[in-house]
Design a protein around this ligand. Structure first.
Ligand code: KG4
Ligand code: ZN
Length: 333
């Protein structure tokens, strides 16, 4: 049984997992504190993690009906993410583990998003192709084993979730932008506006900054009143351009014939349009589709506990000198 902590961005998360079973998965979202700024403010995130982390860990243990003395190890996201936010989780995990002389398992956040697919219900076995799309990352992962993945393509500029968040801000919608754009797009005409789909027919990398710039000009040209009147059409068209690119790259990688299944991970994997279009792609190519529940798409600690199952534990007291890392990843290929 593993107690896992995740504090890499603006969600304070703790979970108890046992094999692929989730005993508890507690997420305390700080979104309301960041909404007024239209995005995550790193210093505000760190402060909130500090205030929330102990209560969130206690809730995770209570809901699992267990205690710290009963868990085999404490897992924690070591990076990548916001450095101040990561340090709160890492220091807490070190202290909890050290107090009981338990091992610590430092996990990679992106490996966690992949490993969410190894959990109940209906755990997926490698090999599979996995699109990870979140607020900070967008990459295509080739997963051949539980413990690692190969990066087949990644964004050269903004992440897909960042495009949703920035787009929502330009359209006067709330934060986080993904659910706001998805909601506003309902009833909108996705073919009303044409937005660029970068590098659709080239390579496996992604690019979203041109799309954002295109929306900036479109909103400026329409003016405030017209932008508001056409908001549903703008949101639907903008969402379609993001999903078009994600699905185009997924399809390109999948057509290699190497992967029997396609999986999704990261906050953007909660997007209904992306889920539908990925299902259609799998139908077209005759591949297995794996869609994890929405609660495992966005940041959570169960996925970190899952990644930790395939990561070498560090015995006490070796981990006390461990540090968090903001960008480079120890385990990402
Ligand atoms: O994985 P996540 O919770 O945190 C990071 O690791 O970044 O992803 C958060 C991102 C945000 O950019 C948010 O706007 C996006 O996921 N997101 C969505 C949806 N729900 C969350 N994007 C599109 N559609 C959604 N339904
Ligand atoms: Zn994430």
């Amino acid at each position: 049984m593993i107690l896992a902590l995740e504090t890499s961005c603006d969600d304070t998360c703790a979970a108890v997992v046992d094999g692929d079973r989730i005993h508890s998965n507690v997420v305390s979202s700080q979104a309301e504190f960041h909404e007024r700024y239209g995005g995550v403010v790193p210093e505000v995130a760190s402060r909130h993690h500090l205030e929330l982390v102990n209560a969130v860990v206690t809730a995770a243990l209570d809901q699992a009906g267990t205690g710290l003395a009963e868990v085999d190890a404490v897992a924690v996201t070591q990076g990548p993410g916001l450095i101040g936010a990561l340090l709160v989780g890492l220091s807490t995990a070190k202290a909890l583990a050290a107090a009981h002389r338990k091992p610590l398992i430092p996990a990679d956040h992106l490996h966690g998003h992949v490993a969410a697919n190894f959990l109940e219900p209906d755990p997926l076995e490698p090999p599979f192709l996995c699109l990870i799309a979140s607020g900070g990352h967008t990459l295509l992962a080739g997963v051949r084993e539980h413990s690692s993945y190969e990066t087949l393509g990644a964004t050269v500029d903004d992440a897909a979730g960042e495009a949703f968040d920035k787009g929502a801000r330009l359209l006067g919608l709330g934060y986080p932008g993904g659910p706001a754009i998805q909601g506003a797009a309902e009833g909108g005409d996705a073919s009303a506006f044409e937005f660029p789909v970068a590098m659709r027919d080239r390579g496996l990398d992604f690019s979203f900054s041109g799309l954002k710039t295109s929306l900036v000009y479109r909103v400026r040209d329409l003016g405030a009143e017209e932008t508001e009147r056409r908001r549903a059409d703008l949101a639907a068209s903008f969402q379609k351009a993001i999903v078009d690119q994600l699905v185009a790259k997924l399809g390109r990688a999948a057509r290699s014939g190497e992967w029997p299944a396609i999986a999704l991970g990261g906050g953007v994997a909660a997007n209904a349009e992306l889920r539908e279009r990925t299902e259609a792609l799998c139908g077209e190519l005759g591949l297995r589709l794996k869609l994890i529940p929405l609660s495992l798409c966005t940041d959570n600690a169960a996925m970190i506990g899952s990644a930790a199952r395939y990561t070498q534990p560090i015995p006490y007291p070796e981990y006390l000198r461990f540090d968090a890392f903001a960008t480079s990843s120890l385990r990402a290929a």
